[in-house]
Design a protein around this ligand. Structure first.
Ligand code: SAM
Length: 264
């Protein structure tokens, strides 16, 4: 047993019941291509290896690489940081595989989840679905509904890209070492198509970030800098930012893009 490294967020899953539950949730198929983030000592890898056509993984801890290679000779293992690898290259498809090809799986270190989700969502069209073990509080934010405490910037942006299912909770004792917090497994399924292109996504991101900077203020105040014409929007200027759903934020973003600029 390797000594778990805190700096890499290593909480190794050892609970066979939970591992089985994850396998059932992912339900790997013979023609699947699966991409695992942070295989560690291979607990989750074991549930996927041999059940799918391709299994690719990225692991940052170099000390774990020889053990993984010996145990899983057919695993396409990349030694590196998932936040630095060329994701588009790793998730590329081929002529035989209609996009999106890849199913992404990972028991994620807590500090990795938000930046990683951002990078994965940028690969729209390459990923079929994602199953992640996350800190329960983060999972709840991903799956939240408007007018709740958990609803925020992350919820809007994730739900713009994906449908989110909270599958089940996992207790700290299922890991070695036990983390200080509860965990949950979620399934994210990217929508077949997005409402708009990168310009709309960026504008949406900007509006949502601005709105939630002051989540207790009225929209007319928190979005003042955007000089919105609320008469043209299906949005109450007296509402608070956390009362708006993804569709309302999209309407604001679209309105900003459609608005004539001073040069028009
Ligand atoms: N999948 C294993 C399991 O379920 O027992 C390990 C899970 S552990 C919570 C997280 C794993 O991600 C560790 O193996 C860690 O070394 C790896 N990891 C952490 N940061 C990473 C990064 N930036 N890129 C790739 N792997 C990373």
């Amino acid at each position: 047993m390797v000594r778990p490294r805190k700096r890499f967020g290593q909480n190794f899953l050892h609970d066979e019941v939970v591992l089985q539950q994850i396998q059932t949730a992912v339900s790997p198929k013979v023609d699947d291509w699966i991409f695992e983030i942070g295989p560690g000592q291979g607990a989750l890898t074991q549930q996927l290896y041999g059940f799918c056509e391709r299994l690719q993984a990225v692991e940052i801890d170099r000390d774990l690489i020889p053990g993984l290679r010996a145990r899983y000779p057919k695993l396409e293992l990349v030694s590196g940081d998932i936040l630095r690898v060329d994701m588009a290259q790793l998730l590329a498809s081929d002529a035989q595989h209609p996009q999106p090809a890849w199913r992404v799986v990972g028991n994620l270190p807590y500090n990795l989840s938000t930046p990683l989700l951002g990078r994965l969502l940028a690969q729209h069209g390459m990923v079929k679905d994602m199953h992640f073990m996350l800190q329960k509080e983060v999972a709840e934010r991903l799956a939240a509904v408007p007018s709740t405490k958990a609803w925020g910037r992350l919820s809007v942006m994730i739900q713009y890209h994906c449908s989110v299912e909270l599958l089940f909770d996992v207790a700290p004792e299922s890991f070695t070492p036990a983390p200080a917090v509860q965990s949950s497994v979620v399934r994210l399924t990217p929508h077949a198509s997005l409402a708009g292109g990168p310009e709309l996504t960026q504008t949406l991101e900007r509006c949502v970030a601005l709105a939630f900077q002051q989540r207790r203020k009225r929209l007319s105040n928190s979005l003042k800098a955007l000089a919105l014409d609320f008469d043209q929007l299906p949005v109450d200027p007296g509402a608070r930012p956390d009362q708006l759903g993804t569709q309302e934020y999209l309407a604001i973003a679209q309105h900003l893009l459609d608005r004539p600029t001073s040069q028009d």
